[in-house]
Design a protein around this ligand. Structure first.
Ligand code: GUN
Length: 297
C-alpha cells in the first residue's frame, strides 16, 4: 500500500484564497482593511525570510501589513512600547512578534504584553487558557492547520487514538487539546516516554512535532494510520549538494508504505501556518469591529 499524500500546499492555497475573498467583504463592511503587524528584532536570516513571506501573503489576502524591523540591540522597554502602540492602534487587528527573540529579551514578558484579542499567534497565556476551557480565543496557527488537514481527510475524529509526539506550548500541547476537543483519545509522548514505538503503534493519528530528522520509522506505525509531520529539519549536505535536504520528523519514504495518508516535507504542514495566520487575523478583525465572524472562516 502506498499512502496518499496530504497536500498541505494546495489546501493552504485554497484557504488563502477564501480568506482573501472574505477579507475583501470585511473591508466593504467595516470601511477599512483588516491589518496584521509583524515585529522582527534582529537579523536572523530564517526569520527575515518568514517575515517577508508573511507580509506578502497578508497583502495578497487583501489585508494591510505593518512591518516593524528593529535592530538586534533593541531594549525590552523599547519593544514593550512598540507592542503597546500596536495594542492601541485601531488599524492593527493582529500582532505577531517573530520568535525566537534575541537572548537579552524575555519572550514571555513580550508575549504577555500583547493584547490577547490581537494575539493571532495564540501564544498569550489568556489564549492558552481559553483553548483549555473551550472559550473562543486564538489557537496557535500550526496545530490549527494540522487539525484542518486531519478533519478534511478523516471527517469525524471521535474515538480515534491520537498520539502527539512533542509537548511544546506552540505545537504539542495545543494540538493535544484540539484533538481532545474533537473527541479523539489522546496521548502526548515526549523525550522521556518509555517505548515510544509501542505508544505510536496504537495511533490512528500520529502528529510528530519534535524536530528530529526522520525519527518516526515505518515499523512504529499502525497500518493505515494518518500521519501529520510538523518537523522541518535540514540534513547535512550530501556530497555534491550545496545545502542539505529538508526532511520531517517522520521517515517519509518508508512510512508511506504503511500509513494510509501522510503529509510531505516540504509542502505539508509548513504552508498551512501562514494561511491560518491570515485566517486568525481576519477573525480578529471581525471581533474587533464587533461584527459576527462568518462560520465559513
Ligand atoms: N517563529 C517561527 N514560527 C513562528 C510563528 O508561527 N510565530 C512566531 N511569532 N514566531 C515564529
Amino acid at each position: 500500500m502506498t499512502a496518499s499524500r496530504i497536500d498541505g500546499k494546495a489546501f493552504a492555497a485554497r484557504l488563502r484564497e477564501r480568506v482573501g475573498a472574505m477579507a475583501a467583504e470585511f473591508a466593504k463592511q467595516a470601511g477599512r482593511k483588516a491589518g496584521l503587524a509583524v515585529v522582527l528584532v534582529g537579523d536572523d536570516p530564517a526569520s527575515q525570510v518568514y517575515v517577508g513571506s508573511k507580509g506578502k501573503a497578508t497583502l495578497a489576502a487583501n489585508m494591510e501589513s505593518f512591518e516593524h524591523r528593529l535592530p538586534d540591540d533593541t531594549g525590552e522597554a523599547q519593544l514593550l512600547a512598540l507592542v503597546e502602540q500596536l495594542n492601541n492602534d485601531d488599524a492593527v487587528d493582529g500582532i505577531l512578534v517573530q520568535l525566537p527573540l534575541p537572548d537579552h529579551l524575555d519572550e514571555q514578558a513580550i508575549i504577555s504584553a500583547i493584547s490577547p484579542d490581537k494575539d493571532v499567534d495564540g501564544f498569550h497565556v489568556i489564549n492558552a487558557g481559553r483553548l483549555s476551557v473551550g472559550q473562543n480565543g486564538f489557537v496557535p496557527c500550526t496545530p490549527l492547520g494540522c487539525m484542518m488537514l486531519l478533519t478534511d481527510r478523516l471527517g469525524d475524529l471521535s474515538g480515534l487514538e491520537a498520539v502527539v509526539i512533542g509537548r511544546s506550548n506552540i505545537v504539542g500541547k495545543p494540538m493535544a487539546q484540539l484533538l481532545v476537543d474533537a473527541n479523539a483519545t489522546v496521548t502526548i509522548a515526549h523525550s522521556r516516554t518509555k517505548d515510544l514505538p509501542a505508544v505510536v503503534k496504537r495511533a490512528d493519528i500520529v502528529v510528530a512535532a519534535v524536530g528530529r530528522p526522520e525519527m518516526v520509522k515505518a515499523e512504529w506505525l499502525k497500518p493505515g494510520a494518518t500521519v501529520i509531520d510538523v518537523g522541518i529539519n535540514r540534513l547535512p549536505p550530501a556530497e555534491g549538494e550545496a545545502k542539505g535536504r529538508l526532511v520531517g520528523d517522520v521517515a517519509f519514504g518508508e512510512a508511506s508504505e504503511v500509513a494510509s495518508a501522510i503529509t510531505p516535507v516540504p509542502g505539508g504542514v509548513g504552508p498551512m501556518t501562514i494561511a491560518v495566520l491570515l485566517r486568525n487575523t481576519l477573525v480578529a478583525a471581525y471581533r474587533n469591529e464587533g461584527l459576527t465572524v462568518p462560520d465559513s472562516l
